[in-house]
Design a protein around this ligand. Structure first.
Ligand code: HEM
Length: 379
C-alpha cells in the first residue's frame, strides 16, 4: 500500500438516514435555535427545567398564533386546531429526550464524518475530537470555571483564540446536526461529536451522558487555558493539573494525536503524527519510541520529523513525553499494550468531556455507552 493510501484509511461509510421529523419537532427547531444561540443575556434560571419550560411556552405561543391566523375559518375547524395545538403543547412540554434520541444524534454525526472525501485525510473525525477537547479543556478546578458546560466557544473572543483556529469547520459541521436535533445543547452536541469520532474511527467505547446547558458570552474563558505545543513537560503539567489530571492521564490523552494532523494555516505545525490518521491506534507511542526524531529545518514553528520518511511530525509537547522520566514510563506502557491505552484513554477522555458540569445537571447518574454504526448494522 502506498503511503498516501495508508494515510487515507479505508472509508467506513455509515448508511444512516435521519429519522422522519414531525411538525411538532419543526416548531421546536425554531424555538431552540432562538434559545440557545441568540440569547446573550443570562436567564434568571438556567437548567434543563428552563429548557423544557421554554419549549412549552413557545408551543403555547403557537396556539395563539394558530387562533389568530384561523379567525376566518369555521368554528369547527378552529376547534379541531385548538385540540391538536393543545396536544402539541402537551407533547412538547413533556419532551424529554431518551437514550434512543441521543443515539439518533450519534448516528447523524457518524453519517457526516466522511461526507467530504476531499477534506484532509477523508474524515472530519479528528477535528470533531479537537472541538470536543478544546470546549472542555478550559476547565479550572480551583475557580470551577470553564469546561464543557456552556459551550462558550460559540462566542467571541473565545472562538477567535489562536488555539481554536480552524475549529469553525467543526462548529459549522455540528450546526447542521443541531438544525436536525434542535433540542440538544451545544455542549452535549460537541462532546458527543468527540465520542462518535473516537468510536467510529475504531477507538474504544467512551462513556457519555447528556446534561450540559448553553451558557452566555459572559461565561467564556480567557485565552491561555489550553496547552501551547511549543512548550515542554512543566507547561503540560501546569495546564493539565489545573484541570485535575495526573501524569498518566496526560500521556493517555496525548495518544489522541494518533489522529489528524497539524495545519500550517491553523497552528502553524504541519503533517500527521502517524501513517493512519483516521484510525485510532497506539501508534503515537510506538512511533515516538521507535523512530528517530530530528528537528525539521523549515520556516515554521519548531517541530520534529521522523528521520526515515520525513513525512510524520511531533510537536515539542509530544516529544517532551519521551524526555521526561515519569511521562516516558507511560509512553512505554501504552506502546507495548494497546488495550491498556484504549482503557486508560477512554476513562480520561470521558473525564475531559465532563469537566465543569455540575453533578446536579446530569440527566442520568450512570453514563451511557452508545452503539457504533457497525454494531447497529450487524444486527
Ligand atoms: C497535550 C497537549 C496538547 C497540545 C499542546 C495539543 C496541540 C495540538 C495542535 C497544535 C494541533 C494541530 C492543530 C492544527 O493545526 O490543525 C492539535 C491537533 C489535534 N489534537 Fe491536540 N493537543 C494536545 C492535547 C490533545 C488532546 C488531550 C486531545 C484529545 C483527547 C487532542 C486531540 C487532537 C486532535 C484529534 C488533533 C487533530 C485535529 C485535526 O486533524 O484537525 N489533543 N493538537
Amino acid at each position: 500500500m502506498s503511503m498516501l493510501a495508508a494515510i487515507r484509511a479505508p472509508a467506513r461509510r455509515a448508511a444512516f438516514v435521519a429519522a422522519p421529523r414531525t411538525t411538532a419537532r419543526s416548531t421546536m427547531r425554531a424555538s431552540f435555535r432562538k434559545y440557545s444561540t441568540e440569547s446573550t443575556e443570562p436567564a434568571k434560571k438556567s437548567s434543563n427545567t428552563l429548557l423544557y419550560a421554554s419549549l412549552g411556552g413557545v408551543a403555547l405561543a403557537g396556539v395563539g398564533y394558530y387562533f389568530y391566523t384561523s379567525s376566518s375559518e369555521s368554528s369547527k375547524q378552529v376547534g379541531t386546531a385548538a385540540k391538536s395545538a393543545a396536544q402539541s403543547v402537551k407533547v412538547l412540554a413533556n419532551f424529554v429526550p431518551t437514550k434512543e434520541d441521543y443515539q439518533k444524534v450519534y448516528n447523524e454525526i457518524a453519517g457526516i464524518l466522511e461526507e467530504n472525501s476531499e477534506y484532509d485525510d477523508g474524515s472530519y473525525g479528528p477535528i470533531l475530537i479537537r472541538l470536543a477537547w478544546h470546549s472542555s479543556g478550559t476547565y479550572d478546578k480551583d475557580t470551577k470555571t470553564g469546561g464543557s458546560n456552556y459551550a462558550t466557544m460559540r462566542f467571541e473572543p473565545e472562538a477567535l483564540h489562536g488555539v481554536n483556529r480552524g475549529l469553525n469547520i467543526a462548529r459549522s459541521l455540528q450546526e447542521k446536526v443541531k438544525q436536525k436535533f434542535p433540542w440538544i445543547s451545544y455542549g452535549d452536541l460537541w462532546t458527543l461529536g468527540g465520542v462518535v469520532a473516537v468510536q467510529e474511527m475504531a477507538g474504544p467505547k467512551i462513556l457519555w451522558r447528556p446534561g450540559r446547558i448553553d451558557g452566555y458570552a459572559k461565561d467564556a474563558t480567557p485565552d491561555g487555558r489550553l496547552p501551547d505545543a511549543s512548550q515542554g513537560a512543566d507547561h503540560l503539567r501546569n495546564v493539565f493539573y489545573r484541570m485535575g489530571f495526573n501524569d498518566q492521564e496526560i500521556v493517555a490523552l496525548s495518544g489522541a494525536h494518533a489522529l489528524g494532523r497539524g495545519h500550517t494555516d491553523r497552528s502553524g505545525f504541519e503533517g500527521p503524527w502517524t501513517f493512519s490518521p483516521t484510525t485510532f491506534t497506539n501508534n503515537f507511542y510506538t512511533l515516538l519510541l521507535e523512530e528517530k526524531w530530528v528537528w525539521r529545518k523549515w520556516g515554521g514553528p519548531k517541530q520534529l520529523q521522523d528521520k526515515k520518511t520525513q513525512s510524520l511530525m511531533m510537536m515539542p509537547t509530544d516529544y517532551a513525553l519521551t524526555t521526561d522520566k515519569n511521562f516516558k514510563k507511560y509512553v512505554k506502557a501504552y506502546a507495548e499494550d494497546q488495550d491498556l491505552f484504549f482503557k486508560d484513554f477512554s476513562k480520561a477522555f470521558s473525564k475531559v468531556l465532563e469537566l465543569g458540569v455540575p453533578v446536579t445537571q446530569w440527566v442520568t447518574s450512570e453514563p451511557w455507552i452508545l452503539k457504533t454504526t457497525e454494531e447497529q448494522e450487524s444486527k
